[in-house]
Design a protein around this ligand. Structure first.
Ligand code: URA
Length: 265
């Protein structure tokens, strides 16, 4: 029966069982726990490692850790196509197994503005392009309002778009800190190769990744520096869909972005 279920369906079944209180799988043969306990008292559980340490140690014993492997692969990519290929060949991130597509980027490399979102959702996973669902359509309208577009023929009006994670997290859950840390070298190299003038960070995951800071309500609208570039954090379009009253602040941030581009022209 499980052969016809997808990864996500199997995961949902498992999560449902955990919610019901099941915390152990039953095997074919019975186990006498009293005997086991008498033979081998359990050692104390070690303290949980920090997220970055987890990313490093996940593949301990197999040579380089995930973050080290990512750093070496990203640094070796001389251009965006090679970087996409390096990500496609990267085997340390579990999200890759459950995703249909590698969602790398959209728009014009070399554009003055590079937008960094969170992670692909269902539509992006299906299409293999970032921001193509409802949040993406709102993003396109927001950019259009200040004369920017991912499809602009002239580079001065173009944008380039990517995400912190290139694979869809199951059930669109938030990116985990160790996933962000593991894939950070790819994002840094992505920015280096795309050569934008400014970064626009959409939401907390992008701020966490580039600025090591969260709290988008406090961060938004204030220019800062990240990856050696001017950075403007903004509310994520998906947040604006859920909280339309925040569009007022988003509009102020868009005008600020337009003014910044105008003064640096
Ligand atoms: N939300 C994101 O952050 N990125 C996408 O690509 C789609 C939705």
């Amino acid at each position: 029966m499980t052969e016809s279920l997808t990864y996500h369906e199997l995961r949902l079944c498992l999560e449902w069982q955990v919610e019901l209180g099941i915390d152990e799988a039953i095997s074919e043969t019975p186990v006498n726990r009293y005997e086991l306990a008498a033979q081998a008292p359990r050692p104390a559980a070690p303290a949980a490692p920090a997220p970055a340490a987890r990313a490093e140690s996940a593949s301990a014993g197999t040579g380089a850790g995930p973050a080290e492997t990512a750093r070496a692969a990203a640094a070796a990519a001389p251009d965006l196509e090679s970087l996409r290929a390096a990500l496609a060949a990267y085997e340390h991130c579990e999200l890759k197994k459950g995703a249909k597509s590698l969602v790398f980027a959209d728009g014009r490399p070399g554009a003055r503005v590079m937008i960094i979102g969170e992670a692909p959702g269902r539509d992006e996973d299906r299409m293999g392009r970032p921001f193509v669902g409802r949040a993406g359509q709102l993003l396109d309208r927001m950019l259009g309002a200040i004369g920017l577009s991912r499809a602009a023929p002239d580079i001065g009006s173009a944008v380039y778009i990517t995400n912190v994670l290139p694979w869809r997290p199951p059930q669109n859950r938030d990116p985990k800190p160790d996933e962000i840390a593991m894939l950070l070298p790819f994002l840094e190299r992505h920015v280096e190769l795309a050569k934008p003038e400014v970064l626009v960070l959409m939401g907390n995951a992008a701020c966490q990744c580039v600025l090591q800071a969260r709290g988008i309500t406090r961060l938004r609208g204030t220019w800062t520096q990240g990856f050696g570039l001017p950075v403007l954090p903004m509310f994520h379009p998906a947040y604006l869909l859920r909280n339309p009253h925040a569009k007022r602040e988003a509009w102020a941030d868009l005008l600020d972005l337009a003014a910044h581009l105008e003064t640096k022209r």
